[in-house]
Design a protein around this ligand. Structure first.
Ligand code: ZN
Length: 271
């Protein structure tokens, strides 16, 4: 199939798709939509890879989400085995989540950083990019500040590390710094109804942006509150073009090229 869009972050393996997963995947194929199915823990990472193995236009990412660290310890052996698979194109999601202030005390932050550094080592050893979740506490940029500091340190040891900062909610300045470090920032369908992301979308270089859905979460304005799916990546790409005031086809082609480059994907799958 000829790929037209890439959803850089979705969770098609989740139980929300138990009854119609295959139908959605077929519709994606018909519309030229490829996707990266992202794991959050051991089980969902395994399930992401199983989907990627079964479908040419799906790829997988494997990792341990910072909100799952309390429930499961990092299983480095399993992650290494999964990461070696050619259809695993990224390590994650991993990262820092300081959103819940009561839970995100200094011990929790330290643990999250330690686990994030392990993911970075893994990504470096397989020469694969990272998919990073970074969510600051309300009204701050704390998670981005700490992430930038940590990435700068790790870059000294692993100069080639790169990846996507998923569901970006930070400032234009943080985006600029992260893009300067070799990362991309990605946006979900939240941009179809919330206006606080417009300035960062407008000021970031187009080459530093990816489109994603984070489905099943955050459906676009056309079906707000419902379960989301990767088909919505088309609306995300069109909205990015509208906010930037640029030609939609130029933006579609650029977003596609950015994802192909970041995840080293072939632009066309075997028929
Ligand atoms: Zn996610």
């Amino acid at each position: 199939m000829n790929i037209r869009y890439i959803d850089a972050h979705c969770h098609l393996q989740f139980e929300q798709y138990a009854h119609d997963r295959e139908a959605i995947i077929e519709e994606m194929r018909g519309k030229g939509i490829a996707a990266i199915v992202v794991g959050c823990d051991r089980e969902s990472s395994r399930a992401a890879l199983a989907l990627a193995e079964a479908h040419e236009h799906l790829y997988a990412a494997v990792g341990l989400h910072p909100n799952y660290i309390g429930q499961e310890s990092l299983d480095e052996e399993t992650l290494q085995t999964l990461a070696a698979h050619p259809k695993v194109v990224a390590i994650g999601e991993c990262g820092l989540d300081f959103f819940r202030p009561l839970e995100a005390n200094e011990d929790v932050k330290r643990a999250q950083k330690e686990v994030l550094r392990k993911h970075i080592e893994l990504a470096a050893s397989f020469n694969k990019p990272l998919i990073i979740h970074a969510r600051p506490s309300k009204g701050t940029e704390d998670a981005y500040q700490d992430l930038i500091e940590l990435l700068r340190e790790e870059k000294a040891a692993y100069p080639k590390i790169s990846g996507d900062i998923h569901f970006f909610v930070g400032s234009p300045m943080s985006a600029e710094t992260l893009i300067g470090l070799g990362f991309t920032v990605s946006f979900t369908a939240v941009i179809t109804f919330a206006r606080e992301y417009d300035s960062v979308i407008r000021t970031a270089p187009l080459a530093g942006i990816l489109s994603e859905t984070d489905a099943p979460y955050i459906a676009p304005v056309t079906r707000r509150g419902e379960r989301n799916d990767p088909l919505a990546v088309v609306e995300v790409a069109m909205k990015i073009a509208e906010i930037r005031g640029e030609d939609p086809e130029t933006v579609r082609v650029a977003l596609l090229a950015n994802a192909l480059r970041m995840f080293s994907l072939p632009g066309r799958n075997a028929p």
